[in-house]
Design a protein around this ligand. Structure first.
Ligand SMILES: [Zn+2]
Length: 451
């Protein structure tokens, strides 16, 4: 069976067939590096990573690019608030983002591209658009895309535009705006005082790029005029991706992206998790509660990427318990690795090939672990095979080796307890904690846990 993906452009599930049979060209809209992303943001990267893993599992080579938006309205505003240079400010959050990506077991893209490294390329596209009269310069020196001149504007977000386009005529300089505010959008923003020292002297004048042109430039520079897959959250469909599409196709005259794919929101109390709504959690909040970030990945995989999920702590804790159970079952399988069970693999592939049906694919994983007719070695091979797609980190699970020093302290503490020397026992507990372990007293004796 061929891979099938839901394409936002056509609103249908389509057979996947890449432009270049050997290598899939794949672009993901990355983060704006102005703060810690919330876990809702990470759904987009976990989704893109799962998609990439499915492509690789199906035998494709994937060239994946993810951008880092290090200049836009928000990065300028917040770097000024903190009295930092734009570079200093965005580099900090870039580093934090990369750490988060690692803790979620997301495979790094082939390249992270920084918007500020592509100013020349953005200028070149804007010049082309001006030449083709798809863009114009306003009085203040900013350059706008003329949506009335681009006949396919609205095609991606399926907007009934005719009336709005006729009435439009207005211009919007902000990077983010709503559907009922469709207007000509800024490609190049002429410098004004609020920008401070953030500007580039270019052929277009002194100023800075709009957000949307950044992704067009980074995608086309690294992957060519036409690519296979472009991903992001559903909130990217309009205006960001609609505008990216208009700029790119307007400048090249070719279709920009074959498959546009978008993940749904993470809700909190039935509202979208968003910084602006102040109802968000970051990965740090999870870690502070002692929850492994991979449990969040696992929780998301239990739902299809195109359905909204409602975040509650109990659900995440439930996911972590289930994940620990899976890890436990895996650890009981012993050391030898046998052969992948073909029957289960076929089922698994059928599900993931069907627009990444991870919830059903996960049921196959449980079935494998519970099946008494398969040898442990074959189970192990099959789990590791499926985990190429899930990315739950089974291959990194190891039998914990407790340091001799810790074991010695535990024994001493047991003796102290027997002697009813509770002060000493408490001191020893603290010493054990300082070495990264927690000792719990159970009916079967002391049990160690890594902190
Ligand atoms: Zn983008």
């Amino acid at each position: 069976m061929a891979l099938k993906f839901f394409n936002t452009l056509t609103r249908t599930k389509e057979d996947f067939s890449p432009i270049n049979k050997k290598e899939v060209l794949f672009y993901t809209c990355g983060p704006t590096v102005y703060g810690y992303p919330h876990i809702g943001n990470y759904r987009a990267y976990i989704f893109a990573d799962t998609l990439k893993r499915v492509l690789i599992y199906s035998g494709y080579k994937v060239k994946h690019i993810m951008n880092l938006t290090d200049v836009d309205d928000k990065t300028i505003r917040d770097s000024q608030k903190e009295n930092k240079t734009l570079k200093e400010f965005t580099e900090f959050y870039t580093k934090e983002f990369k750490k988060d990506i690692e803790s979620l077991n997301i495979i790094n893209p082939k390249k992270f591209t920084k918007a500020t490294d592509y100013i020349d390329e953005m200028v070149a596209i804007i010049k082309k658009l001006l030449k083709k009269k798809l863009a114009y310069k306003s009085k203040d020196g900013s350059i706008y895309f003329d949506i009335k001149k681009f006949k396919n504007y609205g095609e991606l977000s399926h907007l009934v535009l005719e009336n709005q386009k006729e009435n439009a005529g207005g211009r919007i300089v902000k990077d983010e705006y709503e559907k009922d505010n469709i207007q000509d959008f800024a490609l190049w923003k002429a410098w004004d005082e609020k920008d401070g020292d953030v500007f580039w002297e270019t052929e277009l004048g002194k100023g800075r790029p709009g957000w949307h042109i950044e992704c067009s430039a980074m995608s086309m520079s690294n992957l060519g005029d036409q690519i296979d897959i472009h991903t992001g959250g559903v909130d990217n469909i309009f205006p960001h991706h609609e505008n990216e599409k208009a700029q790119s196709e307007g400048s090249t005259g070719k279709q920009f992206v074959k498959y546009w794919m978008h993940n749904e929101w993470v809700l909190v109390d039935s509202k979208k998790m968003a910084k602006s709504a102040q109802n968000f959690y970051t990965l740090r909040d999870l870690v502070n509660k002692g929850i492994n970030p991979i449990a969040y990945r696992f929780w998301l995989l239990m739902a299809n990427y195109r359905t909204r999920v409602n975040f509650v702590w109990e659900a995440l804790e439930g996911a972590e318990t289930a994940l620990k159970r899976l890890y436990g079952l895996y650890m009981e399988l012993g050391d030898s690795i046998g052969k992948v069970n073909k029957e289960y693999q076929k089922k698994f592939k059928e599900f993931i090939d069907d627009d990444l049906d991870t919830p059903r694919a996960l049921t196959v994983l449980w079935d494998v672990l519970k099946d008494e007719n398969i040898t442990n070695a074959d189970k192990k091979a099959t789990v590791l095979d499926f985990d190429k797609v899930f990315g739950l980190g089974f291959e990194n699970l190891k039998e914990e080796k407790i340091p001799a020093e810790v074991e010695k302290l535990v024994k001493e503490r047991e003796q102290a307890r027997k002697n009813k020397d509770f002060q000493k026992s408490d001191e020893l507990r603290k010493e054990i904690n300082s070495l990264g372990y927690e000792v719990k007293d159970t009916a079967e004796g002391p049990r160690l846990q890594q902190l």
